[in-house]
Design a protein around this ligand. Structure first.
Ligand SMILES: [Zn+2]
Length: 412
């Protein structure tokens, strides 16, 4: 039995149903690897994934080759000698046929137009990739080659495959010599390309539908091109059109004006952010002045401020305020400042001290850490946060700060 008789897809890529006999079964835990005398199932090879389907209604979850033989992995046992009816998932296979034939066309166009070789090919779940033997590619070159590839699709050239012997092989000018020395199969796109290939292809290039490159990335001295063909190309185009429609509607602009509109929005956002920063800076300064004005001045001259900030703030706001308070009076007079504010689910605490008898970090450790707080600092400044809960409020934290301060520093 020649290899062509056993692998029915070689002669007919559209054979979704076939019959055969089980000739070998190998148990592998709860799986069985089954070999048939003839099969239309394509095994994972040459960049094309395996078919799925059923053998006598038992799902086929994997198809692979071992020493040239095709094994079908099933989840229920079949017995040697059993007659089987096989069904191939035609939708999955047609997808692979579109992608695989699209790859032959695209690779050949890169050879013809740019003298660039394809050195890798893989059909993935989403994209198909080829690795091109070139350092870099411009996107305009990609588009130029892509255009020619689609012309080949529109020309609807017949695609056919045949086995050749070494003498016949000599008549083909193949860019890549076949990887096998016997059962050499040539897939031809009429008048355009001959390629040694064991994969499945549609009967004419028109069935590829469309070829669309979606990404080109440089890696390890090569360029990896991701593309989609046929149904995948339409699905990709629909998805992207839908995104563009939504973005266009949200921005009240057409596709052609989209880039300019987004650039303007970005510029506006940068300027708005700058204004927000300026306003926050001014607010922090005003708050610092306010705190300074309301400080309790003790007999020893130490200024004490314990204050709860309004609204929701973030750590950057608190740090900004700390810097302003320091500038405003902590650096001028001995002072102990405790500021508390809500930031989402936490209470932020910032402590500043320029009073000789108050160590900010110790103050933090004695008053905030027992409430479940995390953070710390040094003699001059300490900051951190406490999880906000029904047991711990802003007032609780302020009270703790006050009592610790007076207990530890009775002279204050
Ligand atoms: Zn191929």
């Amino acid at each position: 039995m020649g290899i062509g008789e056993e692998r029915l897809y070689y002669a007919n890529s559209y054979l979704w149903e076939f019959q055969g006999t089980v000739v070998d079964v190998r148990r592998d835990g709860e799986k069985w690897h089954v070999r048939l005398d003839a099969s239309a199932f394509y095994p994972t090879s040459g960049g094309q994934p395996h078919d799925t389907g059923t053998l006598n209604d038992v799902p086929v979850i994997d198809v692979f080759t071992e020493d040239g033989a095709v094994f079908h992995t099933v989840t229920k046992p079949l017995s040697v000698g059993e007659h089987v009816v096989g069904h191939i998932d035609g939708k999955r296979r047609l997808d692979f046929m579109q992608q695989h034939c699209g790859q032959h066309i695209l690779s050949r166009c890169f050879e013809d137009l740019m003298d660039v070789d394809t050195v890798g090919f893989h059909i993935g779940g989403e994209w198909v990739t080829i690795d091109l033997d070139v350092q870099s590619l411009s996107w305009s070159d990609v588009e130029r080659v892509e255009w020619r590839a689609n012309e080949v699709v529109w020309e609807n050239r017949p695609v056919y495959a045949r086995f050749v012997n070494p003498e016949e092989l000599a008549h083909f000018s193949l860019r890549h010599p076949p990887k096998v020395t016997e059962d050499i199969r040539i897939v031809s796109i009429d008048g355009f390309d001959d390629n040694a290939c064991g994969g499945t292809h549609p009967s004419a290039t028109g069935a590829v539908g469309a070829i669309k490159v979606v990404k080109a990335e440089s890696m390890k001295g090569k360029v990896r091109l991701s593309f989609v063909c046929g149904a995948r190309a339409l699905a990709d185009f629909q998805r992207k059109t839908s995104v563009l429609r939504e973005v266009g509607q949200a921005l009240s602009t057409g596709v052609d004006e989209l880039v300019l509109t987004v650039q303007k929005l970005q510029a506006n956002a940068v300027s708005a952010q700058k204004q927000v920063e300026e306003a926050k800076e001014a607010l922090a300064e005003a708050t610092a002045r306010e705190l300074s004005a309301h400080a309790t001045v003790l007999d020893n001259g130490t200024h004490v401020v314990l204050h709860a900030l309004d609204g929701n703030l973030d750590f950057a706001d608190l740090k900004r305020l700390g810097a302003k308070v320091r500038e405003a009076f902590v650096e001028q007079v001995p002072a102990c400042i405790g500021v508390v504010g809500v930031a989402g689910e936490r209470l932020m605490v910032q402590l500043l001290s320029s009073a000789p008898s108050v160590h900010a970090n110790e103050w933090f450790a004695a008053s905030v850490v027992p409430l479940g707080g995390k953070g710390g600092g040094n003699r001059q400044a300490a900051q951190g946060s406490v999880p906000l809960s029904t047991e711990v409020t802003v007032q609780d934290v302020l009270q703790r700060l006050h009592s610790t301060l007076t207990k530890e520093n009775p002279g204050l």
